[in-house]
Design a protein around this ligand. Structure first.
Ligand SMILES: [Zn+2]
Length: 94
């Protein structure tokens, strides 16, 4: 197990992306979507936004956070410790 010296925050996308898994027409099938969410919760992880993944950033999907923040282990912990940070996918400098 790798130990991080610096405390990192849980970064959550500020807005739902237009390719969100939780959108009415997600890019995967309904079954696949349920499986992904189930696996994510089973592993007590959070779901990384697809858009963020493409941009090589590890940002929690906003809708996952809103719906499942108390269903996983890592998200309630981050909330409890005040380590949640809402961020834009691309900062405005670009
Ligand atoms: Zn999303």
């Amino acid at each position: 197990m790798k130990l991080k010296k610096k405390i990192s925050t849980l970064q959550v996308l500020n807005n739902r992306s237009d390719e969100c898994l939780f959108s009415p027409n997600p890019i995967v099938s309904q079954k696949r979507k349920e499986l992904i969410i189930e696996q994510t919760l089973d592993q007590d992880r959070y779901f990384t936004s697809h858009k963020a993944m493409i941009a090589s950033r590890d940002l929690c999907c906003r809708v996952f956070f809103d719906i499942h923040k108390y269903d996983s282990l890592v998200t309630p912990l981050a909330i409890q410790l005040n380590l949640v940070e809402f961020v834009e996918l691309f900062d405005s400098k670009q």
